[in-house]
Design a protein around this ligand. Sequence first.
Ligand SMILES: [Zn+2]
Length: 71
Amino acid sequence: MSEQKTCRYHPDRPAAALCQKNGHGLCSECLEDAHCFGPELYCKYRTQCIIFYTEKENRRARRQPQSAVGA
Ligand SMILES: [Zn+2]
């Protein structure tokens, strides 16, 4: 019996990513603005955490290089 995990904020949506530490799921929409559930706490799953990885990528994407200056 495998229980389908759902989004922590949208119980009606399936989880696209899962916090292995807390067991919290995030749907694809929430994953677009993903935040680690415990960024200050040690997490042994962090190196393979989709949520943490996405959060990091999002932060980098938001802070875009100023190459478009003068456009
Ligand atoms: Zn959601």
